[in-house]
Design a protein around this ligand. Structure first.
Ligand code: CAA
Length: 241
C-alpha cells in the first residue's frame, strides 16, 4: 500500500517539486500551502495532488490541518517540512516583525508540524521526517540574520529528534539546498545575485527544485533507514562543511 506524505509549502517552488516527485514514487501526497490560493488551485488541477491551506506558524492550525490531511489520506508517514519565507534586511535595519515572521514560519513550524505526527509514527514504528534547511543556516548570510538563525535551528532540531526517534523506526534528516532556481532566489536583487552569489557556485549555475526533490525521495525510502540525524548538502559546492 502506498505511504502517505505531507509536504508543507508544497504547491510552489521546491515544495511543489517534492510533492510531484513523491507522487511519481507512488506516495499518496498532501500539499499544504499558506496563502496563495491561485497557485494552489493551479497545482491541484495540474497534478491531482490534494491541497490543504493553513499557516505553519500556528500550532493550532497545524494540529487541525494535519487532522484534515489524515482524515482525507490516512496517517502521515512521511513529513517534509519545507514551508519557509525570507524577510531579508541588514540587521541594523531589521524590524521585530521581520525577525518574528521568519523564526515562526521557518523554525517554530517544525515543532508545530512534527508534534501532531510524532506520536502516531512512534506507535506505528515507522516515520520519515525531512526538514528543508538551507546553505545559509550552515554558513550564515548577510541580510539574513533571521533566516540564518532559523535554518541553523532546524539542524539542531533535526539532530535531537533523530536521536529520540531512532528506536521507533523514525528517521529525521535535513537537506541544505544552496541557491535554487525558485521565486525566492529570483527575488534577490539582480545585481547581488550576479555579482555576489552566482560567481561563488563552482558548478556554475543555480540548482533546480527537482534536484532537491530527488534527495527527499531517497531519504523517505526504506533504503535510507540507516541515515538519520544527517544534513545533506546540495549546493553545487558553494559551501562545504
Ligand atoms: N552576498 C554578498 N554580498 C551581499 C549580499 C549577498 N547575498 N547581499 C547584499 N550584499 C552586499 C551588496 O552587494 C552591497 O554591497 P556594496 O555596498 O559593495 O554594493 C551591500 O551588501 C549592501 O547591500 P544593498 O545595497 O542591497 O543594501 P540594502 O540594505 O538595500 O539591502 C539586502 C540589503 C536586503 C540584504 C539585499 O542586498 C538583499 O536582499 N540581498 C540578498 C540577501 C540574500 O542572499 N538572500 C538570500 C535569499 S535566497 C534564500 O534565502 C534561499 C536559500 O535558502 C539559499
Amino acid at each position: 500500500m502506498s505511504r502517505v506524505a505531507l509536504v508543507t509549502g508544497g504547491t510552489r517552488g521546491i515544495g511543489a517539486a517534492i510533492a510531484k516527485a513523491l507522487q511519481a514514487a507512488s506516495y499518496k501526497v498532501g500539499a499544504n500551502y499558506g496563502g496563495n490560493d491561485e497557485a494552489a488551485k493551479k497545482f491541484n488541477a495540474e497534478t491531482g495532488i490534494a491541497v490543504f491551506k493553513w499557516d505553519v506558524s500556528s500550532h493550532e492550525a497545524c494540529a487541525a490541518g494535519t487532522k484534515a490531511v489524515e482524515a482525507a489520506l490516512g496517517p502521515v508517514e512521511v513529513l517534509v517540512n519545507n514551508a519557509g519565507i525570507t524577510r531579508d534586511a541588514m540587521f541594523h535595519r531589521m524590524t521585530p516583525e521581520q525577525w518574528v515572521a521568519v523564526v515562526n514560519t521557518n523554525l517554530n513550524s517544525l515543532f508545530n508540524m512534527c508534534r501532531p505526527v510524532i506520536e502516531g509514527m512512534r506507535a506505528r514504528k515507522f516515520g520519515r521526517i525531512v526538514n528543508i534547511s538551507s546553505i545559509n543556516g550552515q554558513k550564515g548570510q548577510m541580510g539574513q540574520t533571521n533566516y540564518s538563525a532559523a535554518k541553523a535551528g532546524e539542524l539542531g532540531f533535526t539532530k535531537a529528534l533523530a536521536q529520540e526517534s531512532a528506536k521507533s523506526g523514525i528517521t529525521v534528516n535535513a537537506i541544505c539546498p544552496g541557491y535554487i532556481n525558485t521565486e525566492m532566489v529570483q527575488a534577490v536583487p539582480k545585481d547581488v545575485l550576479e555579482k555576489n552569489i552566482l560567481p561563488l557556485i563552482p558548478v556554475g549555475r543555480l540548482g533546480e527544485p527537482e534536484e532537491i526533490a530527488r534527495c527527499v525521495v531517497f531519504l523517505a525510502s526504506d533504503d535510507a533507514g540507516f541515515i538519520t540525524g544527517s544534513t545533506m548538502t546540495v549546493n553545487g559546492a558553494q559551501y562545504l562543511t
